[in-house]
Structure formats: C-alpha cells, structure tokens
Design a protein around this ligand. Structure first.
Ligand SMILES: [Zn+2]
Length: 295
C-alpha cells in the first residue's frame, strides 16, 4: 500500500507493517493506521486482587523508591484500577493519579480512597517528585502526550519520569508478532522502540538517565507468547480469569481449556526463563526508561 505519511517523531517516511500499523524504518515507531482505540480496557476492579502485592508491583515499587529518596509525592499517569498507587501510598507522602475511565475513578475513590482525577489541571504539582507512565504512553495520542510532558515542566527540575512501554524492536515482538501478549491492536495507538521513545522525549525537553529491566514483564512476554502459539484462544487466562469471560463455551470445554493452558504454562516455563536471559543483553520486551529535564 502506497502512502505519503511521515513519522510523527522523526519525520521519515512510513511503510506498512501489517494490516493495523505503519512502521517507521528510521526510528522504529509503529503507528496505528487509524488513530482510534477501543474504550481503554483496564485491570479488573477487584479489591482483593488489588491489595495483593504481586511480583510486578514489587518491581515498580523498588524502582520508584530507588529513584526518589525524598519520596515527596508520586503522580501516576493512566492509573487504571489504582493498584500501583494503592501500594505506593505506603512509601510516598502523597500519591495522585490521572485516569480517564470513570468506572476506575469511582472505584479508586470509593474503595481505595485514592485521589484520581481525569486531567492534570486538578493535580497539585508542589506535591510531586516522581511521575510514572506504566504502559500508558502507547494509549495516548502523541499530541496529548506532548501537552502532558509540557505541563510536567512545572515540577521541580530534579523530578523523575518513569516510562514503561512494550518494545517494538524486541525479539519477543519479532518471534510472536500479533500473538505477542503486548501487541494490543485494539488499544495501542503506537508501539515504541527505544530510539523512538528517546527521540520523542528529547524533542520534548527530557533526557534519558537510566534503564531498568523488569524480569516479570520479560517472563510474562515470553511465557504468554509461547502459550499463544499453541492454545486456540490467545491470552486465554487473561480473559478467563481477569475478565471472567466464558467464550460461550460449555463448562466441560472450559475445564479442558483451563487444564490445557496450565499444562502449556508448565511446559514453556523453562524455555521462557532461559529466554529472559536474552532480555538482560539489552533486548528487553518492555522498555523501562527513566528521564529527567534536559536543561
Ligand atoms: Zn520515525
């Protein structure tokens, strides 16, 4: 398909990646052909699930604590259920979140007593020393992200920004393609590469300070990717356990699929753990980069 579109980050010409995305050969950004996303799907709003401190939450907490010794305040952009903020509240003097989904805002306010608001205009910037984007930047139109990054310049100059997004240049993406669990065509407007993310942040006045690898993100990417190659329903447990879907299947068939999925998880665990070693050689499935103001 011929097109005259240019990359919104580096202005190189875009070519076709697949039926959903264009790709930029220069910076590695993939961009959805139609910049529309479905209603942003969020974590399951289950109180018991949210108060559990799982491996991924521990990784996130350890990272922000190491970056921000003063721990004045944390602002989370794209808070979803509020799980991360709920746990961060024990470590930071103040926690605030931005979320656009009204069901999430109501849940976090009523069940978790968190401050969650739909826009930055309601945020108290004097109470923020660290900002996190856990898999939210790829959902937000770049023009809006530019505006958010500009507003965040009201923060103290040493404030840290943590950005976590799937890596479009990763081996995981090359191996699993559309069966990669982080390839979410319905809601990811972009798939960033390390270069695309760094260029975008640089053009908005931020410089890269640190990179971190989250082994839970890596293990999940490989393990779910391998299972998706075989199981008839990709990301089966996510929809079954987190969303409660029954796929219009009979109880017997669901039980069979459950058992099959557990078996595949056990079979693919060793190779997935081994594959995580590749992530350590700077080819991570998920980029976790820390930025600060470039003055
Ligand atoms: Zn580009």
């Amino acid at each position: 398909m011929k097109n005259n579109y240019i990359c919104p980050i580096c202005e190189a010409k875009l070519t076709e990646l697949d039926e959903i995305y264009f790709k930029c050969e220069s910076c590695g950004l993939n961009i959805k052909k139609e910049l529309k996303s479905d209603e942003i799907t969020n974590d399951h709003l289950d109180y018991q699930e949210i108060i559990k401190k799982d491996g991924l939450t521990k990784f996130k907490m350890k990272l922000v604590k190491s970056l921000d010794p003063k721990r004045i305040g944390l602002l989370d952009i794209g808070t979803a259920s509020g799980k991360f903020l709920h746990h961060a509240r024990n470590e930071f003097v103040n926690v605030q979140g931005i979320e656009v989904n009204q069901a999430c805002i109501t849940f976090a306010q009523e069940k978790l007593q968190l401050k969650l608001v739909p826009s930055l205009s309601e945020i108290d910037f004097s109470q923020v020393s660290c900002v996190t984007f856990w898999h939210s930047l790829e959902h937000i139109p770049l023009e809006l992200s530019r505006k958010i990054l500009d507003d965040l310049k009201k923060l103290p100059v040493d404030a840290k920004l943590v950005i976590s997004v799937p890596n479009s240049k990763s081996w995981q993406f090359k191996i699993f393609k559309h069966l990669w669990p982080y390839y979410d065509k319905s809601s990811h407007l972009y798939q960033f590469s390390p270069d695309a993310l760094n260029l975008f942040m640089k053009s908005n006045g931020y410089k890269l300070r640190l990179k971190k690898i989250g082994l839970m993100y890596e293990l999940f990417g490989y393990l779910q990717g391998f299972v998706n190659l075989i199981h008839p329903i990709p990301n089966y447990f996510y929809y079954r356990k987190k969303r409660g879907w029954d796929f219009h299947l009979t109880e017997t068939k669901l039980l069979a699929y459950d058992i099959y999925n557990y078996l595949l998880l056990i079979i693919f665990m060793p190779i997935s753990m081994l594959a995580c070693l590749f992530s350590l050689f700077k080819n991570e499935g998920v980029i976790n980069y820390i930025y600060e103001r470039d003055l």
